[in-house]
Design a protein around this ligand. Structure first.
Ligand code: 5AD
Ligand code: SF4
Length: 489
């Protein structure tokens, strides 16, 4: 019988992407995907260490899994991701029943290592640097859950040093993938029927910075690395900018939607805005992490911008890009944050008029600069009060911006039946807003909506978190290959 695996992902899109990579490798190795951890042969926990309680959650989960391990000896437990990278041997010390611990730089070895655990026993393999060729330079293909969509990692690591953030320590220095390879990968995805590409990087807008530095140092300018058109014998402009990459990706046949996450506000360049403004396939949504609205806190965080500069960049983006949706990340309770600092955050958030925000309670990550500011930690009850007040401000602007869309007809990419109400379908607008809409009684069965179709929906009502609407038309059917139903007999 086929062996099955279950993957649980914690954290960000980068991790989700790594989970897809792990899943694809296991599928290639003959495993089938399962959505039940209790009956699967292998459980993979892909961990995150960016925010609160990651370790409590991990060890809680491992505690539950131990019961299964005690019953079934051939049951395998894999811990991958950032927390594994950071905690290494500690994981097996605290949970000796774990079979395999892999870090962020050798995800591609999961299937091989898992096989080896059967003969060698438990393995911990954490590398300091990527095994690049096999690692992030290989495409994991379309997303398993949404086969019309793919994440493409354009850059790994981060060269910034935000005082609260553990990423530079666990993901290493910034490395960009060669321009030509990225385009090749997107072409292949498009051939497989993918129509939506999300370009991923911790600091995506500084894509290419390292490519040209390396090329300059070595004196070799390879078109595969920097892109044909960015080569110049006189060495004029050698750097492919992120905007160039997005434009070229957008021009690939079959690609209708290009998204990206996340740019760092200090690095948002006019060229990126220009590329978004002039290319219809690049979606009008900008995730623009503010973190704090207080200049004093921003400086302590080493963010490299003031609140005023942030708002200026945002204004430029809104002026340049038609109908732009803007979302953000904000941390509440960074060490030393006073009421005045927090009020500055409320003010900036109100004037930015966000469509939505991920709001985080500051969580000390051991080894980061801010984690040492113990004497300035903020009391939990103060943080929780601030957190609630920030939520009110965010929800107010999100609702206003969503209500302003009522009556509009939006193009929606269909994700599938609504999770809450199976009588409805769900999908995303160009601005990345979730829309729930009615199923299609007006269409005959040949025209039924497939996952990955593009449809027109009239927006009928709004909440701060999603829109509701009425299906008007099917614009385009899905292009991706669908799995054929195999008759059972
Ligand atoms: N505490 C709280 N939030 C954090 N983030 C990163 N590190 C921390 C931390 N130590 C948030 C930031 C970042 C998002 C991905 O996670 O807002 O943009
Ligand atoms: Fe972390 Fe700052 Fe790098 Fe983002 S830019 S990954 S917050 S260090």
């Amino acid at each position: 019988m086929e062996k099955s695996f279950f993957v649980r992902t914690f954290g960000c899109q980068m991790n989700e992407h790594d989970s897809e990579r792990i899943s694809n490798l296991l599928i290639r190795d003959g495993y089938v995907s399962s959505d039940n951890a209790l009956t699967a042969d292998v459980v993979v926990l892909n961990t995150c260490c960016i925010r609160e309680n990651a370790d409590t959650k991990l060890y809680g989960n491992l505690g539950h899994l131990k019961a299964i391990k005690d019953e079934r000896e051939d049951f395998k437990i894999v811990v991958a991701g950032c927390l594994a990278q950071k905690d290494r041997d500690l994981i097996r010390k605290r949970a000796p029943w774990v079979d395999l611990v892999v870090g962020t730089h050798n995800v591609s070895r999961v299937a091989t290592l898992l096989e080896e655990t059967s003969t060698k026993g438990p393995i911990v393999e954490i590398l300091e640097e990527s095994i690049l060729d096999q690692e992030f330079f290989s495409s994991p293909g379309p997303r398993l859950s949404l086969p019309y969509s793919a994440y493409v990692t354009v850059q790994i690591g981060c060269d910034n040093n935000c005082a609260f953030c553990i990423v530079p320590q666990v993901r290493g220095k910034e490395i960009s993938r060669p321009f030509g390879e990225l385009l090749g990968e997107v072409r292949q995805l498009a051939q497989d029927g993918v129509t939506e590409i999300t370009l991923l990087g911790q600091n995506v807008n500084s894509y290419g910075r390292d490519l040209t530095v390396d090329a300059r140092r070595s004196g070799v300018f390879d078109s595969k690395i920097v892109g044909e058109q960015y080569l110049s014998e006189e060495g004029a402009r050698l750097r492919p900018l992120f905007g160039d990459l997005m434009r070229e990706v957008a021009q690939i046949d079959g690609i209708s939607r290009v998204r990206f996450t996340s740019p760092h506000p200090k690095d948002l360049r006019p060229e990126t805005i220009e590329a978004m403004a002039s290319t219809k396939e690049i979606m009008n949504h900008l995730h623009f992490p503010l973190q704090s609205g207080s200049d004093r806190i921003l400086a302590l965080m080493h963010r490299g911008y003031s609140a005023e500069r942030y708002l200026e960049k945002l204004r430029d983006a809104r002026l340049g890009i038609d109908d732009l949706a803007v979302t953000t990340d904000i941390i509440v309770g960074f060490p030393g944050e006073t009421e005045e600092d927090f009020e500055a955050t409320l003010e900036v958030a109100a004037s930015a008029q966000y469509d939505g925000a991920y709001t985080f309670i500051y969580s000390p990550r051991p080894g980061t600069e801010a984690a040492a500011m113990v004497d300035r930690f903020i009391a939990p009850e103060v943080i929780s009060d601030r957190f609630d007040r920030l939520k009110v401000v965010i929800e107010r602007s999100a609702l206003a911006r969503h209500e302003a869309r009522i009556g509009r007809v939006e193009e929606v990419l269909v994700e599938g039946p609504s999770k809450k109400n199976p009588d409805h379908m769900s999908g995303r607008t160009a601005q990345n807003k979730l829309v729930h809409f009615n199923k299609e009684p007006q269409f005959n069965s040949a025209e039924r909506l497939g996952v990955g179709s593009y449809v027109e929906v009239e927006i009928t009502s709004a909440t701060p978190y999603f829109l509701r609407g009425r299906l008007l038309n099917v614009v385009r059917s899905p292009r991706h290959r669908r799995k054929l139903q195999v008759a059972a007999y």
